[in-house]
Design a protein around this ligand. Structure first.
Ligand SMILES: NC(=O)c1ccc[n+]([C@@H]2O[C@H](COP(=O)([O-])OP(=O)(O)OC[C@H]3O[C@@H](n4cnc5c(N)ncnc54)[C@H](O)[C@@H]3O)[C@@H](O)[C@H]2O)c1
Length: 264
């Protein structure tokens, strides 16, 4: 229960979903948790349910002023940051012909610019810590593409690349930066929390991806815990995929299909 003992951790988008699971997991391992979100009611309730080592701060990741305020409150409450988890994100689906500029920019502002602003705002604070860690949440859609997701895919590929630039710049100062790439996880973002069938689990199973269950927020929180802890001090600029084998399965099936066609 001490894997991140006394580490000061700021998690964005932590009022629900993957971020909330990370807040709980890291709290249980001794972390001092700052929950940042725009959902004030949910965030405040989560912080009080966790206990004294957790607090909530209103943080709109697309606003520089909001970041400066959140980092200042984190430092004032618990001391300099050791861990930043850039988790806040939104999804938007539209074919390119239907994608409104304001929707495209909204996704980029939160998913991509939010990560840049976060790393910039937290950097001086993380410098004061030892073995500091930044964890940027990308997606499998930061590694492969899909239809009708131009804005989301653009933002998540950017997060992967920005992670590597930051790893180069910050590594020598003892701050490592890695990206996490979840597959399909049951959260409010993906729409369904209760039913495997409604969530799309059945079609996924038909595609033979490895584990016989849907992804849960805790699957990603466990990886975040590893990257936040000193167990991962040799990992920097790397991509950590937790997708139940979706990408691997997709690539394997594509190769099988290709060679079948070549043979025929
Ligand atoms: N659920 C999945 O299948 C999945 C897959 C791959 C990647 N991801 C990524 O994981 C992260 C978390 O997603 P989730 O599934 O938990 O989604 P979610 O919608 O359940 O949670 C996202 C949180 O981000 C917050 N948020 C939105 N805009 C914000 C802003 N401007 N400032 C601060 N907070 C803001 C929301 O209020 C919410 O609490 C996202 O970056 C998402 O892109 C999710």
């Amino acid at each position: 229960m001490t894997r991140v003992l006394n580490k000061v951790v700021l998690i964005t988008g932590a009022a629900r979903g993957i971020g909330a699971a990370a807040a709980k997991r890291l709290y249980d391992e001794g972390g001092k948790i700052v929950i940042g979100d725009v959902l004030d009611e949910e965030g405040t309730a989560l912080a009080s349910s966790l206990g004294e080592r957790a607090t909530y701060v209103h943080l709109d990741v697309s606003s520089k002023a909001s970041w400066d305020n959140a980092v200042a409150i984190a430092e004032k409450t618990f001391g300099p940051l050791n861990v930043l988890i850039n988790n806040a994100g939104i999804a938007h689906q539209a074919y390119i012909k239907d994608l409104a500029l304001e929707d495209y920019q909204r996704v980029i502002n939160i998913n991509q610019t939010g990560v840049f602003l976060g790393m910039q705002a937290a950097y001086p604070s993380l410098l004061m810590g030892k073995n500091s860690s930044i964890i940027n949440v990308s997606s499998i859609y930061g590694l492969v593409v899909d239809l009708h997701s131009m804005a989301y895919v653009a933002s998540k590929f950017a997060v992967k690349a920005m992670t590597k630039v930051a790893a180069l710049e910050f590594g020598r100062f003892g701050i490592r930066v890695n990206s996490v790439h979840p597959g399909l996880i049951k959260t409010p973002m993906t729409g369904v929390e209760s039913s495997d069938a409604a969530f799309g689990y059945v079609p996924l199973k038909k595609r033979d991806h490895a584990p016989d269950r849907a992804g849960q927020p805790e699957d990603i929180a466990n990886m975040m815990l590893f990257l936040a802890s000193d167990e991962s001090t040799y990992a920097n600029g790397a991509e950590f995929v937790i997708d139940g084998g979706i990408i691997w399965n997709r690539e394997t099936k594509a190769k099988e299909e290709y060679f079948k066609n070549v043979a025929e």
